[in-house]
Write a protein that binds this ligand. Structure first.
Ligand code: SAM
Length: 335
């Protein structure tokens, strides 16, 4: 997928405001005239990110599978089939290589942490460039990590259980922080990005790969039921607030989508930032709100989990729908 790179919030501001309701009416009509119709106007799409025309639920109101306990149980089952159904539809090897390219994995001796590393799919991309013994995979799901442990190229990686919002690494520890497809389950994404800043060495780089919010109404509905689909400008705001400089966002997507982003993407962008000073992030936050070990009401938990899992199913079907469209529509035609 050919990908534009957006530098910081400045390039987003002409169309998207930061936060919610960032579009005024003039901007809406501007968009409706086609300037943001991804795929129809390739000249403008590299400059103007497409924003949702309505507000998403605030990141501070977690969706049905955006609590740590729910994510834990979700992956208890999904880990069984994860590599077989998630990767082919949403997170292919070429997307992974594209997304890791801005992380500058340019030295085999770099110390790298892969946070929310799961079954190690992204780590397999990292160890192409960095010695496995220098790479730590962290995840809150022992079931996901069990799959990573079985992969031969990851045998020398350190594999540990932990929480992305409270990393068990010292301050100024790593040269690179990578996290792919995990932020959507963090109840407090800003806290996770602040942690990314803290554990990096001065000059170290964070590379966070995550979903992007849909613009099509039905996809927006299911996205808001399932998990966090941040907008591009939210990522940039979180990075900047944490203290990162040189913040960039690169769009990624499966090649059979032909650049279509209206259904959102589970892996839709790779955001990078550089840590300019040693020490902790300048951002002050209160105590962590949630722990995976915290007890929950089983009845509420059950219904939240079922509704979240149904919404997730919609996003398993979307790539199949797009794949069929790609087969049917002549090459070069927008889909
Ligand atoms: C979609 S998977 C991505 C796995 C892997 N990074 C990849 O590229 O395939 C999301 C992972 O994030 C983990 N996760 C969710 N919340 C987490 C948290 N608070 N701390 C650590 N890991 C978390 C899940 O257990 C799951 O393995």
């Amino acid at each position: 997928m050919a990908i534009p790179v957006l530098n910081g919030a400045e390039k987003l501001n002409p169309i998207c405001g930061l936060g919610y309701g960032g579009l005024n009416l003039r901007h809406r009509s501007f968009i409706n005239k086609g300037l943001s119709s991804y795929g129809r106007n390739y000249k403008t799409r590299s400059l103007i990110p497409r924003c949702s025309l309505s507000s998403s639920r605030p990141a501070s109101q977690p969706r049905f599978i955006q609590h740590k306990k729910e994510a834990f149980w979700f992956y208890r089952f999904l880990s069984i089939v994860y590599d077989h159904i998630i990767n082919p539809g949403h997170w292919t090897e070429d997307m992974r290589d594209d997304a890791l390219e801005p992380a500058d994995l340019n030295d085999r001796n770099l110390t790298v942490v892969d946070v929310g590393g799961g079954t190690g799919f992204t780590t397999l991309g990292i160890v192409k460039h960095v010695d496995a013994k220098n790479v730590t995979i962290l995840d809150q799901s022992p079931h996901q990590l069990a799959k990573a442990k079985q992969k031969e190229p990851l045998k020398e990686c350190k594999i540990i259980e932990g929480d992305a919002e409270d990393l068990p690494f010292p301050t100024d520890y790593a040269d690179r922080y990578v996290s792919a497809g995990s932020i959507e389950y963090w109840p407090d994404p800003q806290r996770g990005i602040k942690e990314a800043y803290r554990v990096l060495k001065i000059g170290g780089k964070a590379c966070l790969i995550g979903p992007v919010y849909p613009t099509f109404w039905l996809s927006r509905f299911f996205a808001d039921v399932w998990m966090l689909f941040p907008k591009e400008e939210e990522y940039i705001e979180w990075f900047k607030k944490a203290g990162f400089i040189n913040v960039k966002l690169k769009r990624i997507g499966p090649k059979w989508y032909r650049g279509v982003r209206r259904h959102g993407l589970i892996m839709g962008c790779s955001v990078t930032g550089v840590k300019p000073f040693s020490g902790d992030s300048p951002l002050q936050l209160g105590p962590k709100a949630e722990d995976v070990k915290k007890p929950v009401n089983p009845f509420v938990f059950f219904w939240r989990f079922i509704l979240g899992a149904i919404a997730a199913t919609y996003f398993i079907l979307v790539p199949i729908y797009m794949w069929i469209k790609d087969l049917i529509f002549p090459k070069g035609m927008p889909i």
